[in-house]
Design a protein around this ligand. Sequence first.
Ligand SMILES: *Cc1c(COP(=O)(O)O)cnc(C)c1O
Length: 395
Amino acid sequence: MTSKQTPPLGDSTLAVRSGFDRSSMMEHAEPIVTTSSFVFNSAAEAAARFSGESQGMTYSRFSNPTVQVFEKRLAALEQMANSIATASGMAAINLLFMGTMRAGEHIVCTRNMFGSTVNQIKNILPRFGIEVSWANSFSPDEWASLITEKTRYLYLETPTNPLTEVADINALADVAHAAGVKLVVDNCFCTPALQKPTQFGADIVIHSATKYLDGQGRCVGGAVVGSDDLIEELTSYMRSVGPCMSPFNAWVFLKGLETLSLRMHQHSRNAMVLASWLETHADVARVHYPGLNSHPQHALANAQQKAGGGILSFDLKGGKEAAWQLIDHTKLCSITANLGDSRTTITHNATTTHGRISAEDRKASGVTDGLVRLSVGLEDVEDIQRDLEQALSAG
Ligand SMILES: *Cc1c(COP(=O)(O)O)cnc(C)c1O
Protein backbone atom coordinates (compact mmCIF):
# COMPACT_ATOMS: atom_id res chain seq x y z
CA MET A 1 0.00 0.00 0.00
CA THR A 2 1.30 3.48 -0.72
CA SER A 3 1.54 6.03 2.05
CA LYS A 4 -1.46 7.92 0.62
CA GLN A 5 -3.89 5.46 2.22
CA THR A 6 -4.50 5.34 5.95
CA PRO A 7 -6.11 2.54 7.91
CA PRO A 8 -8.62 1.37 8.93
CA LEU A 9 -9.64 0.31 5.45
CA GLY A 10 -12.59 -1.82 4.40
CA ASP A 11 -12.27 -5.38 3.18
CA SER A 12 -12.79 -4.54 -0.48
CA THR A 13 -10.05 -1.92 -0.35
CA LEU A 14 -7.67 -4.29 1.45
CA ALA A 15 -8.43 -6.99 -1.11
CA VAL A 16 -7.18 -4.86 -4.01
CA ARG A 17 -4.48 -2.74 -2.36
CA SER A 18 -2.99 -4.14 0.84
CA GLY A 19 0.41 -5.74 1.22
CA PHE A 20 1.98 -4.13 -1.85
CA ASP A 21 4.83 -1.61 -1.97
CA ARG A 22 5.78 -0.42 -5.44
CA SER A 23 9.32 -0.75 -6.68
CA SER A 24 11.22 2.23 -8.13
CA MET A 25 9.50 1.49 -11.48
CA MET A 26 6.19 2.61 -9.93
CA GLU A 27 4.26 -0.33 -11.39
CA HIS A 28 0.50 -0.27 -10.76
CA ALA A 29 -0.20 -4.03 -10.66
CA GLU A 30 1.79 -6.47 -8.54
CA PRO A 31 4.74 -7.93 -10.49
CA ILE A 32 5.54 -11.65 -10.59
CA VAL A 33 9.09 -11.86 -9.27
CA THR A 34 10.34 -15.10 -10.78
CA THR A 35 13.77 -15.44 -9.30
CA SER A 36 15.13 -18.25 -7.17
CA SER A 37 17.59 -16.05 -5.29
CA PHE A 38 18.47 -12.43 -4.55
CA VAL A 39 21.83 -10.69 -4.74
CA PHE A 40 23.59 -8.46 -2.21
CA ASN A 41 25.76 -5.38 -2.52
CA SER A 42 28.49 -6.80 -0.29
CA ALA A 43 29.56 -9.82 1.70
CA ALA A 44 28.56 -7.97 4.86
CA GLU A 45 25.05 -7.33 3.51
CA ALA A 46 24.71 -11.03 2.56
CA ALA A 47 25.78 -12.06 6.05
CA ALA A 48 23.32 -9.66 7.70
CA ARG A 49 20.45 -10.89 5.48
CA PHE A 50 21.18 -14.53 6.24
CA SER A 51 21.52 -14.00 9.97
CA GLY A 52 18.22 -12.10 10.01
CA GLU A 53 19.95 -8.95 11.25
CA SER A 54 18.68 -7.00 8.23
CA GLN A 55 15.27 -7.42 6.59
CA GLY A 56 14.96 -8.44 2.97
CA MET A 57 14.81 -11.27 0.48
CA THR A 58 17.41 -14.02 0.29
CA TYR A 59 16.03 -17.10 -1.40
CA SER A 60 12.55 -17.85 -2.78
CA ARG A 61 12.08 -21.01 -0.72
CA PHE A 62 11.28 -18.78 2.25
CA SER A 63 11.12 -15.19 0.96
CA ASN A 64 9.76 -13.87 -2.31
CA PRO A 65 8.18 -10.45 -2.96
CA THR A 66 5.12 -11.73 -4.86
CA VAL A 67 4.43 -14.46 -2.32
CA GLN A 68 4.85 -11.91 0.47
CA VAL A 69 2.19 -9.59 -0.99
CA PHE A 70 -0.23 -12.54 -0.98
CA GLU A 71 0.73 -13.42 2.61
CA LYS A 72 0.22 -9.87 3.86
CA ARG A 73 -3.04 -9.39 1.96
CA LEU A 74 -4.58 -12.65 3.20
CA ALA A 75 -3.57 -11.80 6.78
CA ALA A 76 -5.12 -8.32 6.42
CA LEU A 77 -8.39 -9.84 5.22
CA GLU A 78 -8.43 -12.32 8.12
CA GLN A 79 -7.59 -9.44 10.52
CA MET A 80 -4.63 -11.46 11.78
CA ALA A 81 -0.98 -10.50 12.16
CA ASN A 82 0.65 -12.49 9.37
CA SER A 83 0.47 -15.58 7.19
CA ILE A 84 2.73 -18.04 5.41
CA ALA A 85 1.88 -19.34 1.93
CA THR A 86 2.34 -23.00 1.02
CA ALA A 87 2.34 -25.24 -2.06
CA SER A 88 -1.16 -26.56 -1.27
CA GLY A 89 -3.80 -26.60 1.44
CA MET A 90 -2.53 -29.99 2.61
CA ALA A 91 0.99 -28.54 2.89
CA ALA A 92 -0.38 -25.71 5.06
CA ILE A 93 -1.96 -28.23 7.45
CA ASN A 94 1.24 -30.29 7.53
CA LEU A 95 3.37 -27.18 8.06
CA LEU A 96 1.34 -26.20 11.12
CA PHE A 97 1.51 -29.65 12.73
CA MET A 98 5.07 -30.64 11.84
CA GLY A 99 6.44 -27.11 12.22
CA THR A 100 5.18 -26.60 15.77
CA MET A 101 4.50 -29.98 17.43
CA ARG A 102 6.70 -32.56 19.14
CA ALA A 103 6.28 -36.33 19.50
CA GLY A 104 3.95 -37.13 22.40
CA GLU A 105 1.78 -34.04 21.89
CA HIS A 106 -1.89 -34.30 21.02
CA ILE A 107 -4.69 -32.68 19.02
CA VAL A 108 -8.49 -32.90 19.17
CA CYS A 109 -10.43 -32.70 15.92
CA THR A 110 -13.68 -33.59 14.18
CA ARG A 111 -14.12 -36.41 11.67
CA ASN A 112 -16.24 -34.10 9.53
CA MET A 113 -13.37 -32.71 7.53
CA PHE A 114 -11.86 -32.76 4.07
CA GLY A 115 -10.85 -36.39 3.32
CA SER A 116 -7.12 -35.75 2.88
CA THR A 117 -7.05 -33.79 6.14
CA VAL A 118 -8.54 -36.78 7.95
CA ASN A 119 -6.00 -39.06 6.24
CA GLN A 120 -3.05 -36.87 7.16
CA ILE A 121 -4.14 -36.62 10.79
CA LYS A 122 -5.09 -40.28 11.08
CA ASN A 123 -2.31 -41.97 9.09
CA ILE A 124 0.71 -39.63 8.92
CA LEU A 125 0.88 -37.66 12.18
CA PRO A 126 0.86 -40.78 14.44
CA ARG A 127 4.01 -42.02 12.63
CA PHE A 128 5.77 -39.02 14.20
CA GLY A 129 4.27 -39.57 17.64
CA ILE A 130 1.50 -36.98 17.38
CA GLU A 131 -1.65 -38.31 19.03
CA VAL A 132 -5.22 -37.59 18.00
CA SER A 133 -8.66 -37.72 19.64
CA TRP A 134 -11.78 -37.48 17.49
CA ALA A 135 -14.90 -35.60 18.59
CA ASN A 136 -18.20 -36.89 17.25
CA SER A 137 -20.02 -33.56 17.52
CA PHE A 138 -19.32 -29.85 18.03
CA SER A 139 -20.50 -30.05 21.64
CA PRO A 140 -18.09 -27.91 23.72
CA ASP A 141 -18.43 -30.39 26.61
CA GLU A 142 -17.29 -33.25 24.40
CA TRP A 143 -14.27 -31.27 23.13
CA ALA A 144 -13.39 -30.21 26.68
CA SER A 145 -13.51 -33.86 27.82
CA LEU A 146 -11.00 -34.89 25.14
CA ILE A 147 -8.33 -32.33 26.07
CA THR A 148 -5.28 -33.71 27.91
CA GLU A 149 -2.21 -31.97 29.30
CA LYS A 150 -0.46 -32.84 26.03
CA THR A 151 -3.08 -31.16 23.81
CA ARG A 152 -1.80 -28.34 21.59
CA TYR A 153 -4.69 -27.71 19.17
CA LEU A 154 -8.42 -28.06 18.69
CA TYR A 155 -8.91 -28.37 14.93
CA LEU A 156 -12.08 -28.02 12.83
CA GLU A 157 -13.77 -26.87 9.63
CA THR A 158 -17.00 -24.87 9.64
CA PRO A 159 -19.34 -25.23 7.81
CA THR A 160 -18.55 -28.91 7.33
CA ASN A 161 -18.35 -30.75 4.06
CA PRO A 162 -20.79 -31.90 2.66
CA LEU A 163 -23.54 -31.49 5.30
CA THR A 164 -22.81 -27.82 6.15
CA GLU A 165 -22.95 -28.31 9.93
CA VAL A 166 -21.86 -25.13 11.71
CA ALA A 167 -19.48 -25.16 14.70
CA ASP A 168 -19.77 -22.49 17.42
CA ILE A 169 -16.29 -20.97 17.08
CA ASN A 170 -16.76 -18.75 20.15
CA ALA A 171 -17.76 -21.65 22.41
CA LEU A 172 -14.91 -23.88 21.21
CA ALA A 173 -12.37 -21.03 21.52
CA ASP A 174 -13.46 -20.65 25.16
CA VAL A 175 -12.93 -24.39 25.72
CA ALA A 176 -9.49 -24.20 24.09
CA HIS A 177 -8.35 -21.10 25.95
CA ALA A 178 -9.54 -22.38 29.34
CA ALA A 179 -7.10 -25.27 28.83
CA GLY A 180 -4.27 -23.17 27.37
CA VAL A 181 -4.81 -24.72 23.94
CA LYS A 182 -5.12 -23.00 20.54
CA LEU A 183 -8.16 -23.23 18.26
CA VAL A 184 -7.44 -23.82 14.55
CA VAL A 185 -10.17 -23.24 11.95
CA ASP A 186 -9.93 -24.30 8.30
CA ASN A 187 -11.77 -21.34 6.73
CA CYS A 188 -11.77 -22.70 3.21
CA PHE A 189 -15.57 -22.84 2.75
CA CYS A 190 -16.38 -19.29 3.90
CA THR A 191 -13.12 -17.43 3.25
CA PRO A 192 -12.53 -14.14 5.13
CA ALA A 193 -15.10 -12.51 2.85
CA LEU A 194 -17.88 -14.31 4.76
CA GLN A 195 -16.31 -15.35 8.08
CA LYS A 196 -13.32 -14.18 10.09
CA PRO A 197 -12.70 -16.91 12.69
CA THR A 198 -10.40 -14.64 14.72
CA GLN A 199 -13.38 -12.37 15.53
CA PHE A 200 -14.84 -15.35 17.42
CA GLY A 201 -11.61 -16.26 19.21
CA ALA A 202 -9.87 -18.65 16.79
CA ASP A 203 -6.06 -18.42 17.04
CA ILE A 204 -4.97 -19.93 13.72
CA VAL A 205 -6.67 -20.09 10.31
CA ILE A 206 -5.90 -22.61 7.56
CA HIS A 207 -6.61 -22.04 3.86
CA SER A 208 -6.66 -24.11 0.76
CA ALA A 209 -6.18 -21.23 -1.69
CA THR A 210 -7.01 -23.76 -4.41
CA LYS A 211 -10.69 -23.30 -3.62
CA TYR A 212 -12.38 -19.91 -3.34
CA LEU A 213 -9.28 -17.70 -2.89
CA ASP A 214 -8.49 -18.42 -6.52
CA GLY A 215 -12.07 -19.41 -7.23
CA GLN A 216 -11.43 -20.11 -10.88
CA GLY A 217 -9.83 -23.55 -10.74
CA ARG A 218 -6.36 -22.52 -11.92
CA CYS A 219 -3.77 -23.19 -9.21
CA VAL A 220 -3.07 -25.26 -6.11
CA GLY A 221 -1.92 -23.42 -2.97
CA GLY A 222 -2.55 -22.85 0.72
CA ALA A 223 -1.68 -20.77 3.76
CA VAL A 224 -1.47 -20.72 7.55
CA VAL A 225 -2.63 -17.43 9.12
CA GLY A 226 -1.78 -16.48 12.72
CA SER A 227 0.35 -14.47 15.12
CA ASP A 228 3.78 -13.05 14.25
CA ASP A 229 5.42 -15.58 16.59
CA LEU A 230 3.67 -18.53 14.91
CA ILE A 231 4.56 -17.35 11.39
CA GLU A 232 8.18 -16.80 12.44
CA GLU A 233 8.33 -20.35 13.79
CA LEU A 234 6.76 -21.73 10.60
CA THR A 235 9.07 -19.67 8.38
CA SER A 236 12.05 -21.22 10.09
CA TYR A 237 10.58 -24.68 9.45
CA MET A 238 9.76 -23.71 5.83
CA ARG A 239 13.40 -22.72 5.36
CA SER A 240 14.54 -26.26 6.18
CA VAL A 241 11.67 -28.24 4.69
CA GLY A 242 10.47 -26.18 1.73
CA PRO A 243 6.75 -26.69 0.89
CA CYS A 244 6.64 -23.14 -0.52
CA MET A 245 4.22 -21.41 -2.91
CA SER A 246 5.52 -20.41 -6.35
CA PRO A 247 5.53 -16.67 -7.22
CA PHE A 248 3.30 -17.32 -10.23
CA ASN A 249 0.67 -19.08 -8.11
CA ALA A 250 0.85 -16.29 -5.51
CA TRP A 251 0.13 -13.76 -8.26
CA VAL A 252 -2.89 -15.79 -9.47
CA PHE A 253 -4.21 -15.92 -5.88
CA LEU A 254 -3.69 -12.14 -5.55
CA LYS A 255 -5.89 -11.64 -8.60
CA GLY A 256 -8.38 -14.04 -7.00
CA LEU A 257 -8.44 -12.06 -3.75
CA GLU A 258 -9.32 -8.87 -5.64
CA THR A 259 -12.74 -10.30 -6.53
CA LEU A 260 -13.18 -12.60 -3.52
CA SER A 261 -15.92 -10.65 -1.75
CA LEU A 262 -17.93 -10.07 -4.95
CA ARG A 263 -17.68 -13.74 -5.85
CA MET A 264 -18.50 -15.11 -2.38
CA HIS A 265 -21.64 -13.00 -2.14
CA GLN A 266 -22.76 -14.05 -5.63
CA HIS A 267 -22.01 -17.74 -4.89
CA SER A 268 -24.12 -17.34 -1.74
CA ARG A 269 -27.02 -15.62 -3.53
CA ASN A 270 -27.10 -18.35 -6.19
CA ALA A 271 -26.86 -21.12 -3.57
CA MET A 272 -29.72 -19.57 -1.56
CA VAL A 273 -32.00 -19.53 -4.63
CA LEU A 274 -31.21 -23.17 -5.42
CA ALA A 275 -31.48 -24.35 -1.80
CA SER A 276 -34.92 -22.70 -1.40
CA TRP A 277 -36.12 -24.21 -4.67
CA LEU A 278 -34.76 -27.70 -3.93
CA GLU A 279 -36.52 -27.65 -0.56
CA THR A 280 -39.87 -27.52 -2.38
CA HIS A 281 -39.00 -30.24 -4.93
CA ALA A 282 -41.00 -33.49 -4.63
CA ASP A 283 -37.95 -35.74 -5.19
CA VAL A 284 -35.87 -34.06 -2.45
CA ALA A 285 -36.09 -35.32 1.13
CA ARG A 286 -33.87 -32.69 2.74
CA VAL A 287 -31.62 -29.75 1.87
CA HIS A 288 -28.51 -28.86 3.89
CA TYR A 289 -27.63 -25.16 3.60
CA PRO A 290 -26.79 -22.72 6.44
CA GLY A 291 -28.80 -19.93 4.79
CA LEU A 292 -32.09 -21.83 5.11
CA ASN A 293 -34.40 -21.29 8.09
CA SER A 294 -34.69 -25.08 8.28
CA HIS A 295 -30.93 -25.47 8.94
CA PRO A 296 -30.46 -26.64 12.56
CA GLN A 297 -27.80 -23.95 13.24
CA HIS A 298 -29.27 -21.20 11.05
CA ALA A 299 -29.10 -18.60 13.85
CA LEU A 300 -25.48 -19.48 14.65
CA ALA A 301 -24.56 -19.33 10.95
CA ASN A 302 -26.19 -15.88 10.76
CA ALA A 303 -24.11 -14.71 13.72
CA GLN A 304 -20.81 -16.09 12.39
CA GLN A 305 -21.14 -15.76 8.62
CA LYS A 306 -22.11 -12.83 6.40
CA ALA A 307 -23.89 -15.27 4.06
CA GLY A 308 -24.48 -19.00 3.62
CA GLY A 309 -21.64 -19.64 1.18
CA GLY A 310 -21.60 -21.53 -2.10
CA ILE A 311 -21.84 -25.15 -0.92
CA LEU A 312 -25.11 -26.99 -0.39
CA SER A 313 -26.14 -30.63 -0.36
CA PHE A 314 -29.44 -32.46 -0.58
CA ASP A 315 -30.86 -35.94 -0.03
CA LEU A 316 -32.79 -37.49 -2.88
CA LYS A 317 -35.66 -39.77 -1.86
CA GLY A 318 -34.64 -42.26 -4.58
CA GLY A 319 -31.22 -42.99 -3.02
CA LYS A 320 -28.05 -43.68 -5.00
CA GLU A 321 -29.91 -44.54 -8.21
CA ALA A 322 -31.70 -41.19 -8.24
CA ALA A 323 -28.47 -39.35 -7.34
CA TRP A 324 -26.53 -40.92 -10.22
CA GLN A 325 -29.46 -40.35 -12.62
CA LEU A 326 -29.52 -36.66 -11.70
CA ILE A 327 -25.76 -36.28 -12.04
CA ASP A 328 -25.63 -38.12 -15.37
CA HIS A 329 -28.45 -36.04 -16.85
CA THR A 330 -26.97 -32.62 -16.03
CA LYS A 331 -25.76 -30.77 -19.09
CA LEU A 332 -24.23 -27.66 -17.51
CA CYS A 333 -22.91 -28.73 -14.08
CA SER A 334 -19.42 -30.28 -14.07
CA ILE A 335 -19.17 -33.78 -12.57
CA THR A 336 -16.14 -33.49 -10.29
CA ALA A 337 -15.23 -33.75 -6.63
CA ASN A 338 -13.66 -30.28 -6.66
CA LEU A 339 -15.38 -27.24 -5.16
CA GLY A 340 -15.06 -23.48 -4.91
CA ASP A 341 -14.98 -22.84 -8.64
CA SER A 342 -16.75 -20.23 -10.77
CA ARG A 343 -18.39 -23.21 -12.53
CA THR A 344 -21.06 -25.22 -10.68
CA THR A 345 -19.81 -28.68 -9.74
CA ILE A 346 -21.94 -31.68 -8.73
CA THR A 347 -20.69 -34.59 -6.61
CA HIS A 348 -22.03 -37.89 -5.30
CA ASN A 349 -20.12 -37.95 -2.03
CA ALA A 350 -20.91 -41.53 -0.94
CA THR A 351 -19.06 -42.97 -3.95
CA THR A 352 -16.30 -40.34 -4.36
CA THR A 353 -15.08 -38.08 -1.54
CA HIS A 354 -16.43 -40.47 1.14
CA GLY A 355 -16.08 -43.67 -0.91
CA ARG A 356 -13.18 -45.09 1.12
CA ILE A 357 -15.01 -44.74 4.44
CA SER A 358 -16.89 -47.84 5.68
CA ALA A 359 -20.64 -47.84 4.94
CA GLU A 360 -21.33 -47.77 8.68
CA ASP A 361 -19.14 -44.72 9.37
CA ARG A 362 -20.58 -42.98 6.33
CA LYS A 363 -24.10 -43.53 7.59
CA ALA A 364 -23.12 -42.29 11.06
CA SER A 365 -21.70 -39.11 9.52
CA GLY A 366 -24.96 -38.47 7.63
CA VAL A 367 -23.56 -38.98 4.12
CA THR A 368 -26.48 -40.99 2.72
CA ASP A 369 -26.48 -42.83 -0.62
CA GLY A 370 -28.94 -40.26 -1.96
CA LEU A 371 -26.82 -37.25 -0.99
CA VAL A 372 -25.71 -34.87 -3.76
CA ARG A 373 -23.38 -31.92 -3.16
CA LEU A 374 -23.43 -28.79 -5.26
CA SER A 375 -20.66 -26.22 -5.29
CA VAL A 376 -22.78 -23.46 -6.75
CA GLY A 377 -20.93 -21.42 -9.36
CA LEU A 378 -21.28 -17.97 -10.85
CA GLU A 379 -23.43 -18.91 -13.86
CA ASP A 380 -26.88 -17.30 -14.14
CA VAL A 381 -28.78 -19.09 -11.39
CA GLU A 382 -31.79 -19.63 -13.71
CA ASP A 383 -29.54 -21.71 -15.96
CA ILE A 384 -28.26 -23.89 -13.10
CA GLN A 385 -31.82 -24.38 -11.82
CA ARG A 386 -33.11 -25.27 -15.31
CA ASP A 387 -30.26 -27.78 -15.71
CA LEU A 388 -31.06 -29.47 -12.37
CA GLU A 389 -34.79 -29.37 -13.09
CA GLN A 390 -34.50 -31.15 -16.43
CA ALA A 391 -32.00 -33.65 -14.97
CA LEU A 392 -34.31 -34.43 -12.02
CA SER A 393 -37.26 -35.06 -14.32
CA ALA A 394 -35.21 -37.02 -16.88
CA GLY A 395 -34.84 -40.08 -14.59
C1 LIG B 1 -9.35 -28.84 -0.63
C2 LIG B 1 -9.32 -28.65 0.82
C3 LIG B 1 -8.11 -28.77 1.54
C4 LIG B 1 -6.81 -29.18 0.87
O1 LIG B 1 -6.38 -28.22 -0.02
P1 LIG B 1 -5.45 -28.54 -1.32
O2 LIG B 1 -5.14 -27.18 -1.81
O3 LIG B 1 -6.29 -29.36 -2.25
O4 LIG B 1 -4.26 -29.28 -0.82
C5 LIG B 1 -8.14 -28.55 2.90
N1 LIG B 1 -9.28 -28.21 3.53
C6 LIG B 1 -10.46 -28.09 2.88
C7 LIG B 1 -11.69 -27.73 3.63
C8 LIG B 1 -10.53 -28.32 1.51
O5 LIG B 1 -11.71 -28.20 0.86
